[in-house]
Design a protein around this ligand. Sequence first.
Ligand code: AMP
Ligand code: ZN
Length: 113
Amino acid sequence: MTMDNCIFCKISQKKIPSTIVYEDEEMLAFKDINPIDKVHFLIIPREHIVNLMECNLDHQDILSKMLLLAPKLAKEFGLKGFRTMINSGKEGGQEVFHIHFHVYGGSEKLAKL
Ligand code: AMP
Ligand code: ZN
């Protein structure tokens, strides 16, 4: 369920600090430590899932909940639009190997990673 050496599992378990903006039994959202836009947060499942390449239909419930949390939180942050990014695998630009949806926006010119 969780991985001892995973930074996002540690954030989920509050073993290391983060700015949590949403949490429930299955998932949480927290501010990205190195934001690329005025608003930038990450949505993760509490379960340690490596990335989308590891997902199958067993994950459709949590993945859809994570996706639908994005606009809910974006609206709460006052965004009129936002960009969602999911990096999958080292060759897809992933650096933290616990699946996360980037949600960001707020500036006139949209940032790209
Ligand atoms: P990715 O390249 O998609 O794996 O992105 C990982 C993201 O996690 C980066 O945008 C980092 O700034 C962010 N990040 C890494 N460590 C932390 C942390 N302790 N708290 C919040 N965000 C983090
Ligand atoms: Zn993890």
